[in-house]
Write a protein that binds this ligand. Structure first.
Ligand code: COA
Length: 209
């Protein structure tokens, strides 16, 4: 049995159906990352351009080890099937030249009202707060639009930026898990969770601040 999500609180059948339907019908992220939309097969080259950077691919266990237009086309097709089942979605944002600037890979457990998102920002845009903005956009999409109860996350043990980003967003680090790459090899990972209640309380405090 997969180790994640660690917290498994069943939601009603109506709520699970609502989460699936929302995912099936989502086209745009409609948040602070302008133009982020569901990835389509035509985006394979652009996505390869983003993920093939050595500072990105190796840090993400869910992407194929070989990154090119062909593997990204299969990756996108697989996510369109996940979306059709209401169990996942792949968003990508672009700059005015059509280059991919960030991606968000969402995995949903409708039965537990839980979600996990992976992602990355273009190497040339890293280290200047854009990743932080993307992380915030992803959390807002999960809680304010999709409306799940909980977000879980995994990071490599040495991914300082991602660890700092999740900590700043209010995620709690809850031990370790073993994540498995598409080729079946294991990756030791830190495990994180953020409850919607904790998020909305924190936001109210920040806003009152
Ligand atoms: C992780 C990632 C999204 C962060 O985005 P970013 O634009 O680089 O980072 P930001 O500028 O928003 O900063 C995020 C945090 O990292 C810290 N950071 C930024 N550059 C850093 C560096 N060179 N070394 C260490 N920490 C750094 C920032 O200080 C910030 O932490 P703080 O809030 O405590 O100050 C981005 O680096 C990335 O896409 N990495 C490759 C893929 C990846 O690792 N994805 C996550 C997998 S779990």
């Amino acid at each position: 049995m997969a180790e994640i999500p660690k917290t498994r609180m069943s939601v009603s059948a109506d709520e699970a159906a609502r989460l699936r339907a929302f995912t099936r019908n989502a086209e745009w992220m409609n948040g602070r990352i302008a133009g982020a939309r569901v990835a389509q097969p035509k985006d394979a080259e652009a996505l390869a351009g983003l993920l093939s950077d050595p500072s990105i691919g190796p840090k993400i266990y869910t992407v194929p080890s070989v990154i090119n237009a062909a593997t990204m086309s299969a990756f996108i097709e697989d996510h369109l099937m996940q979306r059709a089942r209401g169990e996942g979605i792949l968003f990508v944002s672009f700059n005015t030249d059509g280059a991919a600037t960030a991606y968000f890979d969402v995995e949903l457990w409708p039965e537990w009202g839980a979600v996990k998102f992976g992602g990355a920002v273009r190497a040339s845009r890293q280290g200047r707060g854009f990743g932080g903005a993307c992380g915030l956009a992803a959390v807002e999409w999960c809680f304010d639009q999709l409306g799940v109860a909980r977000i879980c996350e995994t990071t490599a043990l040495d991914n300082d930026r991602s660890i700092r980003l999740l900590s700043r967003l209010g995620f709690e680090q809850l031990g370790q898990v073993t994540a498995y790459r598409p080729d079946g090899t294991p990756r030791a990972s830190l495990y994180w969770e953020l409850e919607r209640s904790r998020w909305t309380e924190g936001r109210a405090v920040r806003r009152a601040g």
